[in-house]
Design a protein around this ligand. Sequence first.
Ligand SMILES: Cc1cc2nc3c(=O)[nH]c(=O)nc-3n(C[C@H](O)[C@H](O)[C@H](O)COP(=O)(O)O)c2cc1C
Length: 382
Amino acid sequence: MASRRRFLKIMGSTAIIAAAGAGGFALTRTPTDAVAPWKRAGGPEYAEPRMRALSYAVLAPNPHNRQPWQVDLSEPDVATLYCDLDRLLPETDPFERQIVIGLGCFLELARMAAAEDGRALTVEPFPDGAPDQNLDTRPIARMKFGAPGSATPDPLFAQVLVRRSLKEPYDTTQKVSESSLSTIAAVVPESVKVEFTIDPTRREELRELSWAAHKIEVTTHRTNMESVDLMRIGKSEINANPDGIDIGGSAFLDAAALVGIISRQELADPTSSGFQIGLDMYQEMMFTAMAHLWLSTDGNRRVDQLNAGAAWIRTNMKATELSIGIHPLSQALQEYEEMEPLYKEVHTKLAAPGHRIQMLGRLGYGPTIPGGPRWPIETRVL
Ligand SMILES: Cc1cc2nc3c(=O)[nH]c(=O)nc-3n(C[C@H](O)[C@H](O)[C@H](O)COP(=O)(O)O)c2cc1C
């Protein structure tokens, strides 16, 4: 959710301020139902060990907040993870690479949550074989819950409720130190390669590259529309569909929606002021990156993607522990025709030949923001 401060600065429109201050306009616009899973995770209603762990796993980062996870609990002590094939991103993620990374984040959070209860989670990836070009109805993973006392807690789990993808401008007066980045990198398992830079020249190159990639995504009609169609604008849309790209949560954003400055129609039209506001916001974010970090694998097997997801959530949680914000910038990594030149450029710059960059993020110090919308776990059980 974008902050009130930023929107005041960018929009500053009298129409919005008038609408926001109008009688009857709720003082708080927090989409309470949509964010309830952050409060309910691990609570007394989830006494069953699998549900308890999975109530945390739904808080995992995932592309466009599609939350493509579904679980089958019919086998005792086992949760089998499936991908909901109605929750894919065919334009920007044509091979579901990012969707699988998100499922990898989910599995790692489930593992940490089970360990917090003293239960070891044995994860068998793709028990019926891994899909190739595109996902199918076969399971993503089988999770077997061990007996109490079979695991010890993971200290990173302390960050589960405060972890965010921090999509805000960062403080350019506060540097991210090399030692902080090394501390973050140390939580990445060996199956995934982690690298980072704070070098000003490289940082500038990556700022430019991620900005150029963002512009390609939003000015390519079909990829932009994939996002626009997933936008939930204002409190009631967010509560009705707690997934996708939420725009709201403050009187100012909801008021902007009310007066029509933010609407799906505006955001679909590159000549509109709403579209320009979105561009300005992203430009500010890209150019306040204080460091970049990326994860790569020596191939692009489905299991590499799951491993990259586990690595990403761990990276995100360690950064949170150090009060450092992190924001995935996936555009240049996406596999579609218009992005090809930047895809090649980013791989030439950052990865060894044949290696695949699975995640790229910017880091810096930023504001504290609330948790994003989620469907509760009980709605994801098959
Ligand atoms: C594989 C993957 C790719 C992502 N790519 C982007 C991205 O390009 N831009 C962005 O703003 N967020 C990106 N995100 C972050 C998601 O939008 C975010 O996780 C989701 O909205 C839920 O928010 P939260 O992480 O703050 O809970 C990505 C997350 C994952 C797991």
